[in-house]
Write a protein that binds this ligand. Structure first.
Ligand code: UD1
Ligand code: MG
Length: 403
């Protein structure tokens, strides 16, 4: 292992220790600044500091500021002429993206912006990265899977569509984590599992050493301090949560993954590690696009008597539903994926169904359970999906690509 990697490992351990120390010290500061939320799955009604992810973001940035001289210092002194400027630009761009998204995410936590704007914020923060991609790589062709090659050739140049795709990767990864949320430890837990999975993928690729591994080292360099600081946050966000991560952290982690995937040229593989988030997004589509009414909070309902959480529901008048709403409810109900009760409430003109989230779906399939058990089950699903991602990426990909 090289000296800069040792230095990074020490910095990441430092990131864990410092984040663990500062989170409890900042709890009262956040509450005094009115940055708190009520834990809706508890009966205490206690104020829990929110947006604590901003502390992780700051610790991460400081780690990277200290690491960059260690990573490039020797090359700068020894070989000024052949200094790898494009590599330095990638690191600086990643940090610029993270800084932008921390600012926008924190603004969201403070101002509670509407959903349309939430979708836009990551797209704005992605612009510097796309600009750097354009100026340095501008590779916009994709390799065509083997079965389609007789029809369309070896590769297709997608041009500006590729930039749209990259923008969508950023918007998806940031929001996908934010909507698979609402129970203690879930946002941070899924992020740590994804980060460890991507890190394992990078280490495997470096070990195999078939292609230049610069992109994978770049990813490892960003992931290690991120895992250090996130592990500390998870300690405090785990059931019973002493702090909430806030939208700041969801955007920060999503942006970091997207940057690694895009600048490291493995955005398609990256998306394989987001299988539960993709399922949650697809399942959520009817509510996100308002085919079915979407309440402000879709997190599960707490049952004081049993101390368990159960599916939360949404109630609406049958006749208010348009074709797409009726169709999505009908399809999901026939597949056994939605619990629907018709003709309820006043004049029996209401329909009630569970909110369309993976957390509610798990509670429908397994029945009501303790909040901590629900988080553990979803994280186990995330781990299983990461194993499936490796199976798809290696054995199955060989059927479709020359890898
Ligand atoms: C997203 C979800 C929303 C979900 C919320 C919970 C969509 C479209 N939006 O909204 O349905 O209710 O996340 O995070 O899917 N909270 C808890 N326990 C937790 C975490 C959060 O009770 O473990 C509550 C707290 O009251 C906290 C609030 O959720 O203040 C945070 O919600 P926020 O992140 O602002 O919600 P959104 O991201 O807008
Ligand atoms: Mg949120």
């Amino acid at each position: 292992m090289t000296t800069d990697l040792w230095c990074l490992i020490l910095l990441s351990i430092g990131a864990y220790l410092i984040t663990s120390r500062i989170i409890p010290r900042f709890r009262d500061v956040f509450i005094r600044a009115n940055l708190f939320g009520i834990d809706l799955c508890k009966s205490t009604g206690a104020e829990v500091p929110e947006a604590v992810g901003v502390l992780c973001g700051c610790v991460f940035l400081v780690c990277m500021f200290l690491f960059i001289p260690a990573r490039f210092g020797q090359e700068f002194i020894r070989q000024k002429e052949s200094f790898p400027h494009h590599e330095l630009v990638e690191y600086i761009t990643a940090l610029l993206g993270v800084t932008c998204i921390l600012l926008l995410g924190f603004a969201d936590d403070v101002l509670d912006v509407p959903w349309r704007v939430k979708l836009l914020l990551p797209a704005i923060a992605a612009l510097p990265m796309l600009l750097v991609y354009y100026a340095t790589f501008d590779i916009t062709f994709v390799v065509v899977p083997k079965p389609l090659r007789p029809f369309v050739g070896q590769s297709i140049d997608l041009g500006w569509l590729y930039y749209m795709y990259m923008m969508m990767v950023v918007v998806f990864s940031t929001n996908a984590i934010n909507i698979l949320a609402g129970i203690n430890g879930l946002e941070c837990g899924q992020t740590v599992v994804i980060a460890l999975s991507v890190l394992s993928y990078n280490c495997f690729e470096i070990y195999m050493g078939e292609v230049p591994s610069h992109a994978h080292y770049f990813s490892v360099h960003l992931l290690l301090p991120f895992i250090g600081t996130s592990a500390a946050l998870l300690r405090y966000n785990w059931y019973p949560a002493q702090v909430f991560v806030g939208d700041t952290y969801c955007y920060f982690s999503g942006m970091l993954f997207a940057t690694i995937g895009i600048l490291g040229h493995f955005s398609k593989t990256l998306l394989l590690f987001f299988i539960p988030q993709v399922i949650n997004f697809v399942y959520s589509v009817p509510q996100i696009f308002h085919f079915v009414p979407c309440p402000r909070h879709r997190l599960p309902r707490y049952n004081k008597l049993t101390n368990n959480i159960e599916m939360s529901t949404v109630r609406f008048k049958q006749k208010d539903l348009k074709f797409l709403g009726r169709a999505s409810i009908g399809i999901l109900e026939s597949m056994g994926l939605l619990s629907v009760q018709r003709n309820v409430g006043e004049n029996r003109e209401y329909t009630e169904c569970n909110n369309f989230t993976l957390v509610n779906l798990i509670l429908k399939l397994f029945g009501p359970m303790h909040e901590r058990s629900t988080t553990i089950i979803i994280l186990l699903i995330q781990i299983l999906c990461s194993c499936a991602a490796f199976a798809i990426r290696y054995p199955l990909a060989r059927l479709f690509y020359d890898v």
